[in-house]
Each structure stands twice: as structure tokens, then as C-alpha cells.
Ligand binder design. Sequence first.
Ligand code: ZN
Length: 217
Amino acid sequence: MASFRTHLAVASVVSISAAAICVEAGLLGQSDALILFVLGSLAGILPDVDSDHSIATRLVFKLLGGAVAVLLMYVFVDRLHIALLLALALGSALLVRYIVYPVFASITVHRGLFHSLPAALLLALCMVSLALYVLQWPLQLAWLSAGFVCGGYLVHLLLDEFYSVDFMGRSLKTSFGSALTVFSFSSWASYSAMYLAVVAGLYVLPLPAIASRYWVF
Ligand SMILES: [Zn+2]
């Protein structure tokens, strides 16, 4: 397994290269390219959120706790007294840290569903939804952001597989094949549900013009 720093460094190099190509091709402006570079780099550490005490997990749940607190304050700012508002924000952040995080850690297995191809595809579709319906980004930028997120995520999985090869002994470690899982018969129901969700997402979400030309739906 590659280290946190290696994952972040490789995902950053791949993302900045992809961003530079997109700018050169006229697909992205410089400020959008910077945002997508950050997204791709962060996606490169995201799969290890299934490792209970990894840096990625702690970082993700800190960000999630902060995001929930800010969102609640934004929603209730005109309806609650400032003291109640602060209590709500603090309570939600503590809930994420001391309830959601332990529950998530207890139900996830390292190199389980999060280290799989359908997880990367689902995350990409979540990114499209977030970009389109929350951030109100244009369609092409939303799908490009999904491409960067999916790309960064897949770079992580490929790197994990790469580190499962013992090049000196020219053999495969037992972890080989557990990072970029396409399908697992022992978890067939979960994998089937994830692929169904991907197909449903592609059916529901508006596609960029170039994909609409070829997509059968
Ligand atoms: Zn990993």
C-alpha cells in the first residue's frame, strides 16, 4: 500500500497534467483548471477513507463536520437566535465526529467497496450532481470535474495495485487485486446495487453534448 504522501503526490501530478492539457485544448479557463486540479488531488486520497484511522479518514470527517455545521448555520441563520445557532453548529460537528465517524468505521472494511471501480464511477456521478444542482456549474464543467474526481480516485486504486507487486521478487503480494475490484461474487449484492446506481445516474443526469450523441439512452 502506498503512503498518504505518495497518493497525494501522484494524484496531484496526474491532475495538474490533465488540467494543463484541458487549458491548452480550450476546455477550461485557468481558475476552473485550478479548482479541478484540487478536486482530482483530493480524490487521490479519498479511497482510504475506509481505513479507520488513516489521515484521509480524519481529514474527510473533519471537513464533513465543518461542512454540516456551516450548512446548518446557513439554513437556519434567519430563524434561530445566535446562541441556538452556534449550539446547533457545534452539536452537528460533534455528532459527525463522535457518532457518524465511529459508525462509518465499524461498517467499512479496508479495501472493501471503496476500493472498487463502481465506487469511482458513483463518486463521479455524485460530483456531477453536486456541480450541477448545488454549485450551479455549466454542464461541461460539471462533467469535467467528474472526470478529474474519477481520475484521481482511479489513480489511487492503480497505485495500490502497483504497490502489491513485489518487483524484486517478481511476485504478487496477497493484497494484489483487492484495490481495483471490478466485481466481487462474495459481495455480489452490493456490487450489483452500485452498478445499478451508476446506470440510473447516467439515465437521470443530463449528459454533455458529445456523450448524448453516442449514449443509447
Ligand atoms: Zn488505498
